[in-house]
Design a binder for this molecule. Sequence first.
Ligand SMILES: NC(=O)c1ccc[n+]([C@@H]2O[C@H](COP(=O)([O-])OP(=O)(O)OC[C@H]3O[C@@H](n4cnc5c(N)ncnc54)[C@H](OP(=O)(O)O)[C@@H]3O)[C@@H](O)[C@H]2O)c1
Length: 313
Amino acid sequence: MRKRQLGRCGLEVSELALGTWGLSGEAYGPIPEGEAERVVDRAVSLGITLFDTADAYDRGQMERILGKRLPVGRTHVVTKIGTNLDDYPVKQFDKQYLFMAFERSQERLKRDCVDVVLLHNPSLKTLSTDEPFELLQKLKDQARIRAWGVSACSREVAEKAIDRGCDVLEMAYNCFFYRDVRALAVRMRTEGVGLLARSVLSYGLLAGHWTAEREFYPPDHRAERWNQDELKRRVDQTGALRAVVGGQMPTMRSVALRFALENERVTSIVLGPRNPTQLDQLVRDAGRMPPYFPRGALARLENELAARGVTGD
Ligand SMILES: NC(=O)c1ccc[n+]([C@@H]2O[C@H](COP(=O)([O-])OP(=O)(O)OC[C@H]3O[C@@H](n4cnc5c(N)ncnc54)[C@H](OP(=O)(O)O)[C@@H]3O)[C@@H](O)[C@H]2O)c1
């Protein structure tokens, strides 16, 4: 498993990370008993050293599983705080709440030092307040965390997080949605910000297995994400990936994964498998080292995307 430096914070992590939102049974619907544990164990055995979670995923259950299954010296954990499922408003970033949430996460993860703590989808307004940053800096000074950052749901939020001195950003980045990351790439490089790229399959769409008639049902978040016309448009656009399949990229999945890995600003891509088979496919299709694309293939992909009206935002 190839490793990359997580920005300036000195951590070396696998370029493939395991995400745990889908394993929580909330995001994409139920997961069989014991499946999350099996995926985590398989990831460790495949050499994945970075694991992404949040206190909100199944109310801390994903953190508990990581706390039980991960070998501490050989793995690193990213968690996210700022979602209080027992209160209103759900999003809370005041110092007192964040400290309590951090201590609970730390206990569940069973780590003296949590590698990376991210604010979980804060608003721009939240990032204008000093409280969360005072707390995160204090935790870092006390060596209870190694690095902190923001899971950002917009370019403005990500930019503000860089202004506030974040070590790490987590952002959506894939063949259909790339403009935000590209717009901030120079700042990330000059300021040494590590980037965790999530949703690299655009929630499964880019794997190329769907028809335009595919239906989703709650609690699968995709039930709310696209109406029928939009889904049809998106499925048609995946033809751009199909057009460059071949050789070292035998599947559309491999094109999607390599698109994200090709960007050297990306430290790790956060994979979202729902079972060990999907994880094996993702690890196999990602490739092991650069160049991720054969000569000329990235330019061809970008032309195909543009020809189908994909604008990257
Ligand atoms: N705000 C945040 O901080 C935030 C937001 C989103 C995600 N994340 C993190 O990023 C991780 C990944 O995000 P994501 O769920 O958006 O990722 P994604 O990789 O874009 O989509 C995951 C979905 O892709 C499909 N898939 C996975 N492996 C596949 C395979 N081998 N072949 C075909 N389809 C496959 C599965 O859906 P089907 O098989 O049902 O089609 C799966 O639920 C999450 O687990 C979480 O840790 C963080």
